[in-house]
Ligand binder design. Structure first.
Ligand SMILES: *Cc1c(COP(=O)(O)O)cnc(C)c1O
Ligand code: SF4
Length: 329
């Protein structure tokens, strides 16, 4: 189940799905079932467009030590483990995910700590992969111990899909470890309301009780969640599970993922539609990772249209224009 087996003729992402996640699919047909679409490979994955790349986040461009990516001034990313409980067919980090680099070694961790000590501007450490919670508890604890020796005040961001794909991996013991070091936040990856199950809620509950707030990064996926009703149900369901929607990502230009991408226009329309139906707390930021390592930017239509006769022209709901005085400094 957790073995990464590469399908013949596919040099990118292995196939693998937990029995829990597989059971969430009603029919195992990726063309009709939003869960199946996320784990059943389709022939379209073999289509590679010339503007697609295995590394759309440009991790390799910003790698300052093996498995340490320093792209943004105050944040750094550690690729903790290449394994996942489910290999999401839309994965953006396919250059690394399931590529057999395995778990972070003690030597790699030591080198990362040296590199971090030389970069005191880094305040926040993203732990990602792959899925860092595929590592044993003991290794996760040793990792957090080593990092808090570099800086006891680090903010950690545990990027994991485990609550969604293997919720029973979140045990009371693991939740305690997560709450024990620095300031821990968890960022999970729910894309469809059917992924919000009693097991998911229980996993989130365990983590939140240890003082770890949980955020969600969803990906806008054609045939999975590219409808306003689905997104509203998803974000409302997350709030009810005590998870704050953080990002909704436009599909990155990851190799073999064209069939998942919607147009940015469609994404902007969906954001307009759900904004009128959801509380501000339920609204994520629609964002994209720019090609060529340009970084993440929010996508919106812009509400400050310009200035006229001492006023800003602001765009309100439905495109109506409002005036707000230019004052202050
Ligand atoms: C996304 C990302 C971050 C975090 O970006 P935020 O906008 O703060 O969520 C940090 N480092 C890398 C390499 C990233 O890809
Ligand atoms: S869990 Fe994350 S890293 Fe793993 S396959 Fe899914 S999207 Fe990629």
């Amino acid at each position: 189940m957790n073995d990464a087996t590469r399908l013949p003729g596919r040099d990118s992402l292995p196939y693998g799905v937990s029995s829990y996640y597989r059971n969430l699919a009603v029919v195992e047909d990726p063309t009709v079932d939003p869960i199946a679409a996320q784990f059943v490979p389709r022939p379209e994955e073999d289509i590679r467009l010339d503007y697609e790349t295995p590394d759309p986040l440009s991790d390799t461009l910003y790698e300052v030590a093996p498995r340490l990516v320093h792209h943004y001034h105050d944040r750094a990313l550690i690729l903790v483990n290449d394994r996942c409980a489910v290999y999401c067919r839309h994965c953006f980090r396919r250059h690394f995910t399931g590529n057999s680099t395995g778990r972070l070694t003690p030597d790699q961790l030591e080198a990362i700590c040296v590199a971090l000590a030389e970069r005191p501007q880094i305040q926040e450490i993203l732990l990602s992969g792959g899925d860092p919670l595929m590592s044993p508890d003991r290794e996760i604890e040793l990792l957090l111990q080593a990092l808090t020796r570099v800086n006891p005040n680090y903010t950690f961001r545990m990027a994991t899909r485990i609550p969604v794909v293997q919720p029973n991996r979140i045990t009371p013991e693991l939740a305690k470890i997560l709450g024990r070091y620095g300031t821990m936040w968890m960022v999970t990856h729910v894309n469809h309301p059917r992924e919000i199950t009693p097991e998911f809620r229980r996993a989130i509950d365990l983590v939140v009780r240890q003082g770890v707030p949980v955020l969600n990064q969803a990906v806008l996926l054609r045939g999975v969640n590219d409808h306003a009703d689905t997104l509203v149900e998803l974000f409302r369901g997350l709030l009810q599970a005590r998870v704050k929607p953080y990002y909704l990502f436009q599909g990155d230009l990851a190799a073999g993922t064209r069939h998942f991408r919607t147009s940015i226009d469609r994404g902007l329309d969906l954001m307009d539609e759900i904004r009128s139906r959801l509380s501000g707390m339920g609204m994520p930021t629609y964002a994209v990772d720019l090609p060529e390592g340009g970084g993440k930017i929010p996508l919106d239509r812009g509400t400050v249209l310009g200035k006229e006769e001492g006023n800003y022209l602001l765009k309100g709901p439905g495109g109506k224009i409002y005036r707000y005085p230019i004052e202050g400094v």
